[in-house]
Every structure is written in structure tokens, then in C-alpha cells.
Design a protein around this ligand. Structure first.
Ligand code: FAD
Length: 554
């Protein structure tokens, strides 16, 4: 590098701070300056719901690195409460306003990084400016929420996604009566409805009131509280948290006429470079490639923001000095995500069925399984409800969703990594994973998922289509015990316990397809193998009664 280069970074949290620190590790000579309009940089926004809920007690714990540390340890100048208001691409300068003095100044750059994040969506509804309506993005937001929760008895959370659920748990644990109003007909919209039903039951069991399929229309402050009017009804509460998603904070990029997506996200190449060669962008503000559907979208998660910050640093130095061999690429995302609610874990990676259908991808198969997180004979085994989706053509894994108390994130992480290595369900069958009774099973849930899917692809385990359950003319044979059958079954199902199948096989009509069901799928599989080898046309209802309940009764 010839001269000392000046790199300015706008936004000092996940993407911006990691870019700044990596730049310093790679370039001692560069001048690195970071601006943030907020009071803090490098804070743990992911911890905010737990700070509101008093699980994290000290604000200081949320501050991963303070401006002084950036200065002393990394020689990075940090200016908090400084808002960048404009970019002059031709002169390569930015306009910055010191929010304490309101003085404006111009700062030149050789490279500019936009890490401006996202902002909470605040729809222009009547009454939206009521002081009792909050959102949660920053530490000051969390203080306002804490103060409101201390005075409130009732809280309404609008939006049942990640932040909505985490806040529902935290506010409930502070003793508030919590209601979630969600426009979709399910909670946790990234999940398919059948998997979201486990979350719904969990929330209801923990006294969270749910108003699903309800669009909020207006708010009105009255003497008895804040009235919320939604599709069919209204309710009164003491405080509202808006958690209906975020939009890219891209007004600077728009003013600078950088290329943006329809939703306003900054378009970048794999080196995080924008349509202007001297401007880079990372984090919630950019558009990323969905590795499954190959479509571009925004994914506001901390992991991608941090990794992009690192890649961006290399890319900037490579641009300063093309002779360097530092070209890293951000490949895209699977949307690997996790969330905890009332002691349960929801985790997912890749595409849901909904996403695949929206993208026009139809040649897929979904399977369900409900294994214990470790062997049943060791105390404390907890079920994990798993939905695995794969390509019928080649077994390539397209997505997984899982819910349970223990061992959930670990399984989803393994599948995510397999997907990132372009793996298939056959790789899951053969995965070599940790096993001792406390941790898993000799056939881990990951192996089981691969085996079920692999058996299906080899035609050893044909699956019935759950969506055709009410329309087809099949015989539904429930192979559980009489006691299990008596405690609840699919209407019209006939009970032939697996142990009696060989004696009672003549009761089945050879001309009609037999759909087999049991508790979770295992006994139905054994029954299928028996019937198939006896010449019957049979299929299995994947996941058994557990999946039936999730699909039709929760
Ligand atoms: P941000 O962290 O939003 O930082 C952007 C910064 O830019 C802000 O500080 C802002 O003040 C500053 N800025 C914007 N415009 C300007 C300007 N013009 N001038 C100066 N400064 C500006 N993700 C997970 O993966 N897991 C989780 O568990 C999780 N939990 C979350 C919980 C909450 C409550 C929230 C809010 C987010 C959570 N996230 C989670 C998302 C994650 O925090 C974000 O994806 C990540 O912080 C994005 O990083 P970023 O650097 O792109 O933007």
C-alpha cells in the first residue's frame, strides 16, 4: 500500500465493529474511524430481551467493547452520537453531525463501509405515536421497556417472531399478563405451520394469550389503558411492544444512489462491495443470496453481519493493493437461526415448505420424526420434533426445522453444515457423531433423519401425503396398541396392533392403498415392510400421531 489509507465506518455494532477490528489486525498503517449515531458501539443487541427480563442484570455486560477499548487496544477512533447524513461519492467524503453540539463536518475517505443495520417497522396506524408503544433495538430502548414493564400489569406484543417470542417469555417472567397479536395464522412465521404448532402449545401452556390471524388496525389511549383495535376485536393493555420485523436502514445509500433492492437493501457483490467501488456494506442493511432458492433477500442476523464485516475488511485491503492475495467471499445464507422460549428451543436452517413453494420449487419431500435427544433408557430423555425437507431428485437437503427441550441447536447445526458442504440425506445417514447415553444415541436423531429420508428415496419407505388425508380413499390402519388407539386416533382409522398384523392381514383389502400410522412412525415402518413383502400397496404417515396432532389439532 503506497499512502496511509483512511477508512470510515458508519455503524459500530455487529457488522461495523467486526470490520473495524479485522481491518486493524490486517493493516497497522490504515486510519480507521467509526461513527455511530447511538450512545454505544459494539453492544449485544441479542441480549437485550434478557436485559429487559432481568436475566442479564448489569448493562455493562451488554457492552462488548467500549470506545476507549477501540482506541487503546486497536487505535480505532470511535465517535458515538455522530450521525452520518450524506455521502458525496465523487469527492469521496461524508457529512457528519455531532448530535450533542449539532455541528456538522466533512470527513474524507479512501474506503467507506456502511454498517447501518436495520430499523424496526412502525406502520403508520392511527395512534401509533402513543407513548406506551415501544420497540427494541438499542440499550436506551431496553431501559424504556424496563421502566414501562415495572409499572405495567398487561403487555401486548405485536408480532410472534424471534424478538416477539423472546420478549413474551421475559415479560411473562416479570409477572405481566402477555398477549401476542400476530397477523399470520401461526406464531414464528419462518416455520411451517405444522412445526409452529409446537411453539403455540408451549406458549399457551405458559399462559401467553395468542391472537393469531389478526391485523392490528389502530390504537387509542383511554383512561383504562391503551386500546388496540385489530381485525375482529379490541383489547386494552398497559404497554405494547412492536416486533413486526425490520427494514434495512439504507437512507444514506439511497441518497448516494447506490443500487438497492425493492425492499431498500443495499446490493453488494460477494466481497461486500456496493455498486460504487469505494463503498462497501455489511450486515442487516444488505441483501444476501438464499443458498437454497438462489433468490436474494434480507436476513437480519448477527452471524452473517459479523462474518461479512471480516470479509469486507479483506476486500477493502485487496482493493487498495490488488497484489495482495486476500480475496474472501461471502457465499450466501441458509438462514440458520435459533430461539428459546420457556425452556424449549426452536431452530431451523434452509428453506421451509412455504419458502420452497413461494420459490416454485416443488420436487421435494418432507419427513417428520420425534426421537429422544438421547437414548430413552438414560434419565431425562426429551423428544425433538424434527421436520426434514429434501430434494426428491437427489436427496440434497433443502431445510430442517426442529423443536424440543434439549439437543435441538446441535442437530440443526450439524444439518446446516452438511448443507453448506452441499450434502445430502445420504450423508446424514452416514454421519459419525458423538455418542454416549447422556448425549445422543448410537443412531443419533441426525442418522435417523437421514435413514428415513434415504429409505424413502430408495422406495423402502413410501410416504403418504398428509395433505391428502381427508380426501383420499385409502384404508388408514393404526398399528399402535388398543390402549393407545383408544386414547385418540384419526377418524375412520382401524386398529390392528403391529403384533397382530401377521394374523389379521386378511382383514385388509388388497385393492385399496393402506396408510399406516403409529405413535411416531417406527411401528408403521415395521408394518409397512411386512405388508409390502406380502404384496399390499402401503404407505406410511410420516411422524405418526405426533405429526397428526401437530397438523390438525394443536
Ligand atoms: P446494527 O447492529 O443494527 O447496528 C447498526 C448501527 O448503525 C446502529 O448502532 C445505528 O445507530 C448505526 N447507524 C445507523 N445509521 C447511522 C448513521 N446514519 N450514522 C451513524 N450511525 C448509524 N441476531 C441473531 O443472530 N441472534 C439473536 O439472538 C438476535 N437477537 C436479537 C435481539 C434483538 C432485540 C435485536 C434488536 C436483534 C437481534 N438479532 C439477533 C439481530 C442482530 O442483532 C442483528 O442482525 C445485528 O446486530 C446486525 O448488525 P449490523 O451491524 O448490521 O446492524
Amino acid at each position: 500500500m503506497q499512502n496511509k489509507k483512511r477508512i470510515l465506518i458508519v455503524g459500530g455494532v455487529a457488522g461495523g465493529a467486526s470490520c473495524a477490528a479485522r481491518l486493524r489486525r490486517l493493516c497497522e498503517k490504515c486510519e480507521i474511524v467509526l461513527f455511530d449515531k447511538g450512545e454505544h458501539v459494539s453492544f449485544a443487541n441479542c441480549g437485550l430481551p434478557y436485559f429487559v427480563g432481568n436475566v442479564i442484570k448489569e448493562e455493562d455486560k451488554l457492552l462488548v467493547a467500549k470506545p476507549q477499548l477501540f482506541n487503546d487496544r486497536f487505535n480505532i477512533k470511535v465517535h458515538t452520537q455522530h450521525e452520518v447524513t450524506a455521502i458525496d461519492k465523487l469527492k469521496k467524503t461524508i457529512s457528519v453531525t455531532n448530535l450533542l453540539t449539532m455541528q456538522e463536518r466533512i470527513e474524507p475517505y479512501d474506503a467507506l463501509v456502511l454498517a447501518t443495520g436495520a430499523r424496526a417497522i412502525r406502520p403508520p396506524l392511527v395512534g401509533i405515536d402513543s407513548p406506551n408503544i415501544y420497540s427494541l433495538r438499542t440499550i436506551p430502548d431496553s431501559h424504556k421497556l424496563k421502566a414501562a414493564a415495572a409499572k405495567a400489569k398487561r403487555a401486548v406484543i405485536i408480532g410472534g417472531g424471534f424478538i416477539g417470542l423472546e420478549m413474551a417469555e421475559n415479560l411473562a417472567q416479570l409477572g405481566l399478563e402477555v398477549t401476542i397479536i400476530e397477523m399470520a395464522t401461526q406464531v414464528m412465521p419462518p416455520l411451517d405451520e405444522d412445526m409452529a404448532s409446537y411453539v403455540k402449545v408451549c406458549l399457551e401452556e405458559n399462559n401467553i394469550q395468542l391472537q393469531l390471524g389478526q391485523a392490528v388496525e389502530s390504537f387509542k389511549q383511554t383512561e383504562s389503558g391503551l386500546e388496540i383495535h385489530y381485525s375482529k376485536s379490541h383489547m386494552t393493555t398497559d404497554m405494547v411492544l412492536l416486533a413486526i420485523g425490520v427494514l434495512p436502514e439504507s437512507s444514506l445509500a439511497k441518497q448516494a444512489q447506490l443500487q438497492l433492492s425493492e425492499r431498500g437493501a443495499i446490493q453488494v457483490n460477494a466481497q461486500m462491495q456496493t455498486s460504487n467501488a469505494s463503498i462497501w456494506a455489511v450486515g442487516d442493511v444488505v441483501e444476501v443470496l438464499d443458498l437454497v432458492t438462489q433468490q436474494r433477500f434480507s436476513l437480519p442476523l448477527a452471524g452473517p453481519a459479523n462474518r461479512q464485516g471480516r470479509i469486507c475488511a479483506s476486500s477493502i485491503l485487496q482493493a487498495f493493493n490488488p497484489a495482495l492475495d486476500r480475496k474472501l467471499s461471502f457465499k450466501g445464507v441458509l438462514g440458520t437461526a435459533v430461539c428459546q422460549v420457556f425452556g424449549h428451543t426452536i431452530a431451523m436452517t434452509g428453506a421451509s415448505e412455504k419458502t420452497l413453494q413461494r420459490a416454485g420449487i416443488i420436487d421435494y419431500q418432507a419427513i417428520y420424526l420425534h426421537p429422544g435427544h438421547h437414548v430413552g433408557y438414560f434419565p431425562g430423555s426429551q423428544p425433538i420434533h424434527i421436520k426434514l425437507i429434501f430434494s426428491k431428485a437427489d436427496g440434497k437437503i433443502l431445510g430442517v426445522q426442529a423443536f424440543g427441550r434439549e439437543g435441538v441447536a446441535r442437530r440443526v447445526d450439524v444439518i446446516s453444515m452438511t448443507m453448506q458442504l452441499n450434502g445430502s440425506v445420504y450423508d446424514l445417514e452416514e454421519s459419525e457423531l458423538c455418542y454416549a447415553p447422556q448425549f445422543g444415541a448410537a443412531k443419533d436423531p441426525i442418522n435417523m433423519a437421514g435413514m428415513i429420508a434415504g429409505n424413502n428415496l430408495r422406495d423402502d419407505l413410501p410416504l403418504a401425503d398428509w395433505d391428502q388425508l381427508q380426501t383420499s380413499e385409502q384404508q388408514i390402519i393404526d398399528v399402535r396398541s388398543l390402549a393407545e388407539f383408544s386414547s385418540g386416533h384419526i377418524p375412520g382409522a382401524v386398529n390392528i396392533p403391529l403384533e397382530e398384523m401377521r394374523q389379521r392381514i386378511e382383514e385388509l383389502s388388497p385393492d385399496k392403498e393402506v396408510w399406516l400410522i403409529c405413535g411416531v412412525g417406527q411401528r408403521a415402518y415395521y408394518a409397512f415392510r411386512l405388508l409390502f413383502q406380502s404384496g399390499y400397496k402401503a404407505k406410511i404417515l410420516s411422524g405418526g400421531m405426533q405429526t397428526y396432532l401437530a397438523k390438525y389439532q394443536n
